[in-house]
Design a protein around this ligand. Structure first.
Ligand SMILES: Cc1cn([C@H]2C[C@H](O)[C@@H](COP(=O)(O)OP(=O)(O)OP(=O)(O)O)O2)c(=O)[nH]c1=O
Length: 193
């Protein structure tokens, strides 16, 4: 079986992949991400996932590489990670009381093949008060997350409902990823727990 490398610095992606009973190494890509403004949200996350995966593949051509990227989309506008408190505040105010989409793109690649796909999850937020938003910013949770919130953390209290894969919102649609990896000869060790 080939070596699997997760091309990510995200602790959430590492945690999710570890649930899949796969042996893997982590090797984050440090490339400057190139965002083409002409792309749809789905195309954008696929393109960014592919850029990260190809970067690590060029360093480890004998391995299977998994790269991914997550963005939040509101009214067709992509929201990445907030740069500062004001941007986090603006994003959370925009998401308040509304339904947005979370797209995660995944690129799997080895020397024989590649598979690139995106999953969409719809997330509806409760209306948020200014006090709640200020409290959330003070937790510092918004700053390394697309859309300025983490569904798996204190941001859980903002979420009214979701449609689609919860783990896709956290950064990796793990159930689909493990199935796609089988096409690369990467299988779960189901004899272990
Ligand atoms: C919406 C949302 C995003 N996120 C995170 C997932 C991603 O880590 C991050 C989006 O940033 P990304 O640029 O997709 O990923 P990253 O920079 O964290 O890691 P890498 O590029 O090295 O793979 O937002 C959550 O953890 N919870 C959420 O609810």
């Amino acid at each position: 079986m080939k070596r699997l490398i997760l091309a990510s610095s995200s602790p959430r992606r590492k945690e999710l992949l570890s649930y899949a009973l796969l042996l893997f190494d982590v090797c984050p890509s440090k490339i400057e991400e190139v965002m083409d403004p002409g792309l749809s949200a789905e195309e954008l996350v696929c393109s960014l996932a592919e850029q990260k995966a190809r970067d690590i593949f060029s360093q480890h051509p004998d391995a299977v590489i998994a790269g991914s990227d997550t963005i939040v989309v509101l009214d067709g506008k992509p929201l990445g990670k907030p740069k500062d408190k004001q941007e986090a505040r603006d994003m959370l105010q925009m998401l308040s009381g509304r339904t947005h989409e979370v797209y995660t793109g995944v690129c799997l690649i080895d020397s024989d093949r590649s598979s690139v796909f995106a999953e969409k999850t719809e997330v509806r937020f409760w209306p948020l008060t200014a006090e709640e938003i200020e409290w959330y910013i003070s937790t510092k949770e918004p700053f390394d997350k697309a859309g300025a919130y983490g569904i798996q953390g204190k941001g859980a209290v903002f979420v009214h409902s979701i449609t689609g894969d919860y783990y896709n919102v956290m950064g990796l649609p793990i159930s689909r990823v493990v199935r796609e990896l089988e096409g690369f000869g990467i299988f779960r060790h189901l004899g272990q727990s």
